[in-house]
Every structure is written in C-alpha cells, then in structure tokens.
Design a protein around this ligand. Structure first.
Ligand SMILES: Cc1cc2nc3c(=O)[nH]c(=O)nc-3n(C[C@H](O)[C@H](O)[C@H](O)COP(=O)(O)OP(=O)(O)OC[C@H]3O[C@@H](n4cnc5c(N)ncnc54)[C@H](O)[C@@H]3O)c2cc1C
Length: 401
C-alpha cells in the first residue's frame, strides 16, 4: 500500500508515523511544498510549543473548540491529551503543565517536540519529499493521483494535512473534488482600541474580568491584559475565537463592555462600593483597595468615572458612586481592528465537517482520501487545543478505515 501525507506539519508528521505504526509494510511519503518541516511547531508557544492542555474532563476539553466541538468530543475518546503526553513521554520527551493548564515539553523548547517527530518518522522509514507542492488531486479507480507542477504520483490512500489557509482560494483544489469549504477567517486575535488613556496602562493585567460584545450577545470571562494597542489576555483571545466569524463580518469594528470588577450588575457593584466606602469614610478615595486592582488601574478607573482624586470616601455623592459602579461593571470601548496573536494564531473555517465521515476522517466524496489538522473546520481557543486537534484527527485518519 502506498500512502501519501500532504503537508509536513504537526498533523502530517503524526499521521505518517501512525500509518507506519498501523501498517508497517506500507510505503509512506510526506509531501511538503516548502523545504522546511514542522515550521509552526518550532515557532509555536513562543518557541516552547504548547503541545496540549491538562484539562482532565473530556467534555470540558471539547468545549474549547468553537468550531468542531461535537466531533472533537467523540474523537477525544479515541486519542486525547493523556494519550499525547504518554506518546511523547514514551519517546523521552517529558511534558509538564503550567498553572493555567497549558502543557509544554520540560525542555521549554519546541525543538524537543519537532525532533521527536522527525526521529520517529525516520526510524519507521517514512519518506520525506520536500519542495513537492500538490496542485491537484485526481481520483482514479482505487487510486488517487497527485499532480505537481511537472510530475504526478499515484497512491492508494492520501491524507491531506495542509493546515489552515487564510484565503478560500488556497482551498479551491479541495473544493473542486466536491468538498464544501467553510470560508476561512482569522481566530485568536487581540482587540485594537484607539484610546491613549487606556494604552498608558500597558503591561497591566486584571485577574478576572467579564468582557461582552452586546451587539452579538456574546461574553467571556477570565484574565485580561492591557497592551499599548488595546486589550489582550486569555479572556479577550477566547472571545475573539468564539466570535471569530461574526467579528469578521463587522470588519473588526464593534463595541465591547468591560466589567473590570467581574460583576456585570451595576447595582451589585454600587452596593459593594457603598459598603467598602462606608467602612472607611475618612480614607482618601485613591487609597482604597477595591478588587485588588493595581494602583494605576484604580486611579485610571476613578478618573474615567470623573471622581476627583483628592476626595475622601464620605464626600462621594450617590451620583459619583453610580458613575464609578457603571465604569467598574459596564465600561464601554470602541474596537477598531485586530492584531494577530503571534503566540498561537489559527484559521477558523476550512473543509466542512459535513463532508467527512466522523468515524474515520475519510472524505464522503472520495474514497481513500482523509483529512487531519487545521485544514478542517476545527479550531480551538488558546491553550494547546489546536495541536491536540492535530494529534487527534491525525491519529484517527491514520487508521485508514
Ligand atoms: C505563531 C503560531 C504559534 C502557535 N502556537 C500554538 C501552540 O503553542 N499550541 C497550539 O495548540 N497551537 C498553536 N498554534 C496553532 C498550531 O500551530 C496549528 O493549529 C497547527 O500547526 C496545525 O497543524 P497542521 O499540521 O494542521 O498544519 P500546519 O502546521 O500549518 O502544516 C501544514 C503543512 O502543509 C504544507 N502544505 C500546505 N499546502 C501544501 C500543498 N498543497 N502541498 C504540499 N504541502 C503543503 C505547509 O507548507 C505546512 O508545512 C500556533 C500557530 C501559530 C501561527
């Protein structure tokens, strides 16, 4: 049996290795259009490769995929984060979990992951063919013909692992075969907010916020980071993933409401302020500790609510308290554009999951053709979920069922 794996990324390498493991006598080629392999693995997670996530509940794990949740829930039963960790550990690459559940090789160097995959593929006899861009794929009786610019090769089975394409035009060769393409749009980005006052807080993080996009009725909570161009951090990145498709339609111009105090009900925050100020009536308002905000943040919020710094708590009127409660619970900003999150950027969209057999990852249109990795309409939030989708879908596709 001759098997072609198109693309030498995480999904391609893992699929090729698993095919060789399942079918030791098969001839397995990885066809890569560039002269580099595993480029994204190498730059991923800031050069550390966030290889998976430590979340132990599979249903919670599956919820990390705004696109592909239901399919991932099923597939994770067959290859999950524990399997990934074990697989690398069995090959001498230990993996550890950070406090935020992101998992990295203990070397904190993505080369450990890349080298492990390269070594394993080599020792199993997988053939790597670089500078081989597949332009077209043509089904023939029981075979699949791959066309290159000046060559063609015939295989029994083909696994497409070509990764995300930022434009639909990059997927037309797969659409031509009868696959529906879900329009690709970016996911995992930060929000640009042209507000110089906010920018002055750059580098500051707030442990627990709620961020909401009222026009889309979408919200998320978690830590937020203020940058010199706007807002970032896990809460924002996850919101960008959840809302990826809707935000593309707005051309990344929308309003966001920040609940810095993690409480969206203004009247509740009002009560909290009344209570804390009532207990320290003579204290200067700037010296109050509320929600353990860093001092700079607290002063910024007071200023935004137009509360003069020199006031003591007892001097605040009901109107003042209401304005401050409003700022803490429903602080509105206009978002003008997005910035790519360089640590872990993905494309939402790709090959529609409707055209794929969910048991096998085989194309419903063409027998012997399989898909794995980011080329599929599956993408996760930040935290190692995208690599896990690559390992899982590659493992299933490589069964060649
Ligand atoms: C900067 C950055 C950091 C990231 N960090 C993380 C992280 O820490 N954790 C995480 O979970 N996710 C991370 N991601 C996302 C993750 O890298 C991807 O989801 C994952 O690499 C997808 O793997 P893949 O094999 O499907 O595709 P890719 O890694 O994109 O590989 C596809 C390969 O196919 C080749 N190819 C494409 N078309 C053809 C063709 N026609 N013929 C031949 N070859 C072709 C490409 O050249 C490429 O080598 C990061 C992404 C980026 C951009």
């Amino acid at each position: 049996m001759k098997v072609a794996v198109i693309g030498a990324g995480a999904a391609g390498y893992f699929a090729a290795i698993q095919v060789k493991h399942n079918f030791p006598n098969a001839e397995v080629d990885i066809l890569e259009k560039t002269n580099k392999v595993l480029s994204k693995v190498l730059i991923s997670g800031g050069g550390r490769c966030n290889v998976t996530n430590a979340e132990s509940s599979q249903s919670t794990f599956a919820k990390a995929y705004p696109r592909g949740k239901n399919l991932m829930k099923k597939l994770l039963k067959r290859w999950n984060n524990q399997d990934t960790i074990q697989w690398f550990e069995n090959r001498g690459v230990d993996i550890y979990a950070q406090e935020d559940q992101r998992m990295f090789p203990t070397s904190d160097n993505s080369e450990s992951i890349a080298n492990c995959l390269i070594q394993e593929a080599k020792s199993l006899g997988v053939r790597l063919l670089c500078k081989m861009r597949v332009d077209r794929l043509e089904p023939a009786t029981d075979k699949i013909v791959l066309h290159f610019s000046d060559d063609r090769k015939v295989y029994d089975k083909v696994i497409v692992c070509t990764g995300g394409s930022p434009k639909k035009s990059g997927l037309l060769w797969l659409e031509d075969l009868g696959h529906e393409i879900v329009d690709p749009v970016p996911s995992l980005f930060t929000f640009n907010i042209p507000d110089t006052h906010l920018h002055k807080l750059m580098g500051l993080s707030v442990a627990k916020v709620v961020c909401r996009i009222p026009s889309l009725k979408l919200s998320n909570e978690g830590p937020a980071l203020i940058t010199h161009w706007g807002l970032s951090g896990p809460a924002i990145l996850k919101l960008s993933a959840i809302a990826a498709r809707d935000l593309a339609i707005t051309n990344y111009r929308f309003d966001i409401l920040m609940s810095w105090s993690h409480e969206v009900r203004q009247e509740v925050v009002f009560g909290q302020l009344q209570d804390i100020f009532g207990r320290q009536p003579k204290k200067k308002i700037t010296n109050i500790s509320f929600h353990e905000f860093p001092q700079r943040m607290w002063e910024y919020l007071l200023d935004r609510a137009q509360i003069p710094e020199h006031k003591i708590c007892a001097e605040l009127s009901k109107k003042d308290l209401n304005r401050l409660a409003h700022t803490l619970s429903n602080d509105a900003y206009e978002v003008h554009g997005k910035t790519t999150f360089k640590e872990e950027f993905v494309t939402c969209g790709g090959i529609s999951l409707d055209g794929i057999d969910h048991q096998t990852m085989q194309s419903k249109a063409i027998q012997g053709l399989y898909f794995a990795g980011e080329v599929l309409d599956i993408d996760g939030i930040t935290g190692g979920f995208n690599f896990q989708a690559a390992w899982t879908t590659a493992y299933i596709a490589a069964q060649l069922q």
